[in-house]
Design a binder for this molecule. Structure first.
Ligand SMILES: Nc1nc2c(ncn2[C@@H]2O[C@H](COP(=O)(O)OP(=O)(O)OP(=O)(O)O)[C@@H](O)[C@H]2O)c(=O)[nH]1
Ligand SMILES: [Mg+2]
Length: 385
């Protein structure tokens, strides 16, 4: 990070304060003792630290500055540390020997034109950090990991900003039914406590479910089939010979249960090069789905490893979706259990990610698992226990 340390004599304070203010108005990253030493902070230590951090040394040359012990010490340090020295001549003086050959900006004449010249010699203001709103609006299509990480962080923190919730959206009446405890008799009927507990999930800022699984297992398809908003996806193609750097893929979808209960679905990038994002995505999740391509046994080992990684982030409920069950070569859920050996109580649910009903069923099973765990958790910690 560029930083311009201003070294001067107190005798020239009026000029230096004006200059510093003008530079700061132009967003030049300056450091001036009079602005930047917090009250009570030790003066010498703070100055030393700033000098150490500085990339540029703005030296306000006047006779009294050259005679000042402090200024000489600062200049000596800056020269030894090979900071970029930017001399400014404010009053007639004979510059110190080590600075004499350097170009300086002359402030003895017209202030405004000297200021323009000086700004040209100083580092550019830092690029503005985009706000979360701007980040979200500038949805990346093909971006470097750092940029996409910032975008995902903004999105994870503010999913509701992507699309405001429309309470009249009837798309997911099925989940509304669940909250009203109207599940059919064939399915375990959620107790009143479960329903309350489901409602209480909405106190959590982001009711987030993560959809994970190996590359190409069907994560995007899964979210597309269920999301009421157009899925926000990033580039999904990894170029074979990437010249622009790697691309990455993740998706974001939403399901409105009712006015104050909204589920957000996030998929994880399938490419292991982007597993550094997994932890960000998993922050605050209430549960996760591991999608396995049941037709590709060569990916089962990776599925198991992804599963273990997500469990290590947060011990939240999860289910396994045995995807692509419409294909004849698909392994059955029972066979997958032998291959993946999850704990006995983990559900492996047959899934066809291209079919909305099938995806709903997987999510519903996950929600049941979340409810069951919440219910047993609240019993354990409830009164009398
Ligand atoms: N027949 C069938 N095809 C499916 C099913 N689910 C996904 N696919 C297809 O499988 C391919 C990969 O699915 P995606 O949803 O892109 O997989 P992904 O997990 O998002 O992949 P990455 O993001 O690249 O890791 C696509 O061509 C999908 O259309 C399914 O249940 N049945
Ligand atoms: Mg995908």
């Amino acid at each position: 990070m560029p930083l311009v340390f201003i070294s001067y004599s107190r005798d020239d304070s009026d000029f230096v304060l004006r200059l510093a203010k003008d530079l700061r108005d132009k967003e030049i990253p300056i450091w001036l003792d009079q602005f930047d030493i917090p009250p009570g902070a030790p003066w010498d230590v703070t100055v030393e630290q700033a000098l150490d951090d500085a990339t540029h040394f703005l030296f306000v040359m006047t006779e009294s500055a050259i005679e000042s012990r402090n200024v000489r010490d600062e200049l000596g340090f800056a020269l030894d540390e090979q900071k970029t020295i930017v001399p400014v001549m404010f009053k007639d003086c004979r510059p110190p020997l080590r600075v004499r050959r350097m170009q300086y900006t002359d402030f003895r004449g017209d202030y405004a034109s000297a200021l323009v010249q000086l700004i040209g010699a100083l580092p550019d203001p830092p690029a503005p950090t985009p706000s979360e709103d701007e980040l979200i609006a500038s949805q990346p299509v093909e971006l470097k990991p750092e940029a996409i990480t910032a975008w995902i962080q903004a999105l994870v923190a503010n999913p509701q900003k992507v699309h405001p919730v429309d309470p009249d959206d009837e798309f997911n009446a099925w989940l509304k039914k669940l909250t009203a405890a109207e599940a059919e008799g064939s399915r375990k009927r959620p107790s009143q406590a479960s329903v309350l507990s489901l409602k209480s999930l909405s106190d959590i800022k982001t009711v987030k479910i993560v959809i994970t699984g190996p590359f190409g297992s069907g994560k995007t398809e899964f979210i597309r089939s269920i999301s009421e908003i157009e899925v926000v996806s990033t580039e999904s193609e990894i170029p074979k010979e990437s010249k622009t750097g790697p691309t990455v893929s993740m998706d974001f979808g939403r399901i409105t249960v009712d006015d104050n209960f909204v589920l957000y679905l996030f998929s994880t990038p399938g490419d292991p090069r982007f597993d550094f994002m997994w932890e960000i995505l998993s922050e605050g999740m209430v549960g996760f789905v591991v999608i396995v391509d049941s037709t590709r046994p060569e990916t089962f080992r990776q599925a198991k490893s992804i599963l273990n990684t997500f469990r290590s982030y947060d011990n939240v409920p999860y289910v396994i979706a045995a995807n692509k069950q419409d294909k004849p070569e698909a392994w059955t859920p029972d066979d997958l259990r032998l291959a993946l050996w999850p704990e006995d109580d983990i559900k492996i649910i047959p899934c066809i990610a291209t079919e909305t009903e099938s995806v709903k069923n997987v999510l519903l099973e996950l929600i049941y698992s979340i409810l069951e765990e919440r219910e047993s958790g609240s019993k354990l910690t409830g009164p009398g226990k």
